[in-house]
Design a binder for this molecule. Structure first.
Ligand code: DGY
Length: 322
């Protein structure tokens, strides 16, 4: 009998792929750094029973229309805003993500980005490496304290909770805004639910961790930055389009807020000439929230398990469109 066909849109380690090869006929786009060209993806999905995708792939209705045999899209991310769920439902395709295994890793990066932004770590490292350090000096690269300040978390999902735990260790006041109250975080770390307005006006570090959806798109624009403290920092480890980048640039440039730590951008990769990258008070990372060897390996295993289960008519471990 013909083996089911799995197409993987980016080069993954051999041991992950060999685990699939026993049961399936597997093809993979053989580049780690360059996304699969659209025309190749559209060609491959014609025959595919399963797709293992990256957050950089747009899996929209065009893809589903070209994929008569597709049963599962396993996305290597917890976020799935790159997949058109309505079309997946219409074509009866299971969409699976990789929650839980990346929670602590992404929280570590988010809190690290907050620290790096407040304490000017990337700027300081560049200063030493470029030979500019001539003497210890009292206010050299003086940053802003993090401990005992107020962190405001926008989007209190699992990663938000894990960031709140880290903030508690820094003896921060923790406030949050979310679609629903999270009694467990309130009890465990003393987080306080606030209206969005208070989140803006009261936070010293406003950390965006909400999923991208039509409701959250461009939540942070001119008016929101204008309400924030001039001494505050904006940290985004969620998705770029939740922020209006031009308004963020103007806010940073004009001192409406003090700095920003960004792991995500509207367009990824961000253009090297982008105005945000010209600012010293911006720490920019290339969307590496979950990027540790341990966690990425676990995420790939979750994808593989989901593919195996769906193609053998079992319930996947992490489905988003049940
Ligand atoms: C995700 O999994 O959605 C994260 O953005 C990856 O870092």
């Amino acid at each position: 009998m013909k083996k089911p066909f799995i197409y993987i849109t980016r080069k993954l380690p051999d041991d992950i792929v060999s685990d699939l090869r026993d049961e399936f006929y597997v093809e993979m786009w053989e580049s780690e750094d360059v996304p699969v060209p659209r025309e190749i993806l559209l060609e491959k999905v014609k025959e595919a029973n399963g797709l293992l995708t990256m957050l950089s792939d747009q899996i929209n209705s065009e893809v589903f229309q070209h994929a008569p045999s597709l049963k599962i899209v396993a996305n290597l991310a917890v976020g799935y805003d790159n997949i058109d769920i309505k079309s997946a439902n219409k074509f009866k395709v299971a969409v699976c993500n990789t929650p839980d295994v990346l929670t602590d890793t992404t929280a570590d990066l988010t809190f690290g980005l907050l620290l790096a932004t407040a304490r000017r770590l990337t700027e300081a490292s560049e200063f030493v490496k470029s030979g500019e350090w001539t003497s210890w000096s009292p206010m050299l690269l003086a940053g802003t304290d993090v401990h005992h300040k107020t962190i405001g978390i926008f989007g209190m999902g699992k990663i938000g909770e894990a960031v709140a735990k880290r903030a508690k260790g820094f003896e921060m006041e923790i406030i949050y805004h979310n679609r629903s109250r999270k009694q467990n975080v309130e009890k465990d770390v003393g987080a306080r639910y606030v209206e969005f307005e208070e989140l803006l006006t009261h936070s010293d570090f406003l950390v965006c961790l909400a999923p991208l959806s039509p409701e959250t798109k461009e939540t942070f624009k001119k008016e929101q930055f204008a309400k924030m403290k001039k001494s505050s920092f904006f940290i985004n480890a969620a998705r770029g389009p939740i922020v209006n980048e031009n308004d963020l640039y103007v806010a940073l440039k004009n001192g409406l807020i003090k700095g920003a730590g960004l792991d995500v951008f509207d367009q990824e990769p961000i253009n090297r000439d982008h105005q945000l990258l010209t600012l010293k008070n911006v720490v920019a990372l290339p969307h590496i929230g979950s990027a540790t060897v341990e966690t990425r390996t676990k995420m790939m295993s979750v994808c593989v398990e989901n593919v195996k289960r769906v193609l053998s008519d079992q319930k996947p471990i992490t489905i988003v469109n049940e």
